[in-house]
Every structure is written in C-alpha cells, then in structure tokens.
Design a protein around this ligand. Sequence first.
Ligand SMILES: Cc1cc2nc3c(=O)[nH]c(=O)nc-3n(C[C@H](O)[C@H](O)[C@H](O)COP(=O)(O)O)c2cc1C
Length: 166
Amino acid sequence: MKALVAYYSDTGNTKKVANAIYDAIEESEKEICLAEAASNLSEYDLIFCGFPVQSMGLPAKMGTFVKGLPEGMKVAFFATHGSLRGGVPAITAFYSAIGLAKDLKVMGTFGSRGVVKQGIIDALLKKATHRDWALEAQSAVGHPDEADLEDAKVFAAAVMTKAGEK
Ligand SMILES: Cc1cc2nc3c(=O)[nH]c(=O)nc-3n(C[C@H](O)[C@H](O)[C@H](O)COP(=O)(O)O)c2cc1C
C-alpha cells in the first residue's frame, strides 16, 4: 500500500491538517506534497486530497487535480473552513468534490475549522454571497487546534483501514 497526501493551502491551515494526516499513516509507504507538484499518481493506492473551502466550493486548482486522478483511485477528501463543522458552507464543498470523483472510490471526508484573518472577515461580511460563512468564521480563531489535529489523525487511520480492506 502506498499513500499520498496532496494538498493546497493559502494560509497554512490545510497544511497543518495535511501534516497530521501524514503523521498518522503507519505501516504504509507515504508521501506528502502540494497537489500541483504531485506526479506519477497511478503509483499510489490511496490519495488524501486537502483544500481550503473557498466560496462554498473547492479551489479550481484542486478541482483540476481531482478530475485528473486515475480512474478507480481511492481518495479521501479533507478541508479546512472558517464556518462551523458540518454546516452547509463547509459540506457543500465536499459534495462538489464527490461530484468530481465519479470514477474514483471515495473513502471518506474530514472537515476542520480554520482561522480566517479578521480583515478578510470584515470585508466579506459586507458581501451577501459570503456573509453566512463569514459570520460563523469569527469564532474559528485558534483552529485548527490540537483537538482538530487529533481528529484528523483518527480520520486518517480509519481511512487507511478501510482502504486496506477494499
Ligand atoms: C476568499 C475566501 C473564501 C472563503 N470561503 C469560505 C467558505 O465558503 N466557507 C467557509 O467555511 N470558509 C471559507 N473561507 C475560509 C477558509 O476556508 C479557511 O480560512 C481555511 O482554513 C483556509 O485554509 P488555508 O490556510 O489552508 O488556505 C474562505 C476564505 C477566503 C480567503
């Protein structure tokens, strides 16, 4: 079994979660890199794809990456987002990612909150299209925290077990 953690991160939140997932992968060959730097993707049995939720979706770069994955690849999506865990502004992005993964085997999804700079929140609160998530994002200060990273590790271990069985 060989696993790749491929991620995209603007301000470092998703990178922290990516590193936690990488650390939690045991008893398997593993690599971690920015999604745009990933190569020879068919060498892997499982790819964790991480991204920041942007405008309730996944960044275009990550969309392109997911669409280019080899048919039948096992994937697990993880994301950071300013809004509350499990809420519409966050899970909409997972639905989009799963929609792009028609020819892939989706092993799971994991979301963690990620701090947004106050200046950005202040600006986006004034825009109707961003207001819902920006309101929730005000309480994301300090995330991802140690508890989030522990949850990410539990997620990674569960995905590894599942991918090994299927
Ligand atoms: C332009 C922009 C759009 C965003 N859109 C959303 C969103 O729709 N929902 C949400 O929950 N968070 C949103 N966020 C917050 C980011 O998803 C969050 O801060 C994330 O942790 C950033 O990850 P990174 O540090 O890896 O780039 C947005 C942030 C920016 C800057």
